[in-house]
Design a protein around this ligand. Sequence first.
Ligand SMILES: [Fe+2]
Length: 353
Amino acid sequence: MNKKYAALGISAALTTSLLAACASTDETTSNEGSDDSNVVNVYSSRHYDVDQQLYKQFEEETGIKVNVVEGKSDELLERLSTEGENTEADLFITADAGNLYQAKEAGHLQAVDSDKLESNIPAKYRDTDNEWFGLTKRARVIVYSKDRVQPEDLSTYEALTEEQWNGKVLVRPSENMYNISLLASFIEVNGVDEAKEWAKGLVNNMARDPQGNDRDQARAVVAGEGDVAIMNTYYMGLMLNSEDEEEKKVAEQLGVFFPNQDTTGTHVNISGIAMTKASKHTENAQKLMEFMSEPEAQEKFAGVNYEYPVNESVEPNELLQSWGEFKEQDINLSVLGENQQEAIRIFNESGWK
Ligand SMILES: [Fe+2]
């Protein structure tokens, strides 16, 4: 029955109905155990060809069939809630430790004890209870107009609240998880009071009401709406290598600056993987998790989206290397989840739309 939604993905509505059909088929043909045992079912918010290639390689190496349902992270999360213990999902792959935290808080995940995962993935990129594991890293950096800003003008996230940047800072809305996690990290490294001050100060210096996604901030800098933007590194990689000439041109006019190098470090987040609590193929699921953490998979899995591999034995791709090494915040990413509600409160208070 798993063939019905094998490698399907794309349309959430369609896959929902197909999975529902599968679930009911499952009930009526539950003695198909042998056929069903050699699979692993993945809910993933990623949509890259390279992921499919890696799953294929895993299938060839292990004989375990990988079924993937793709969708937006919040939709998949909602689906896990709706399906509860009847879910077909064994694994959940999504971006941002904040989203992984929400899956954990909702009770969708289970701990995985694996020496391989522990040695391949540094502790700071894993849940403290081993309920989720980072696979790729991204830095949330300051991107600046090469025409109007010198890198010497930049220093820290905090300095963006100074007079010099009044009316010049671009950033997306506060409801976005990347921003919630960024502020959650500031709560951790600077304390609640300073995090509040930062949010208010940044609102005060915004070039416009927050709107759009990270790429839109880059476009707005080049259009002259502001001089600097807060953005994830991989969008710069994707834009620089875009087939859309316009987008490429935008990125070429921008510089990447890693803030807080002399202080608390640049904010780094992950995309990661987790085993669902309802997983019916836990051994297969663990195998796929381990496979994704190994150097060969790491290089491909991270590289395609211009992210940094979490496995420290793997070099990031050339573009990322050209930006240089940088100091990261020294925090366990579990705190991004723990400080999430506080961060949302501060954003609301600060008037950050
Ligand atoms: Fe993103």
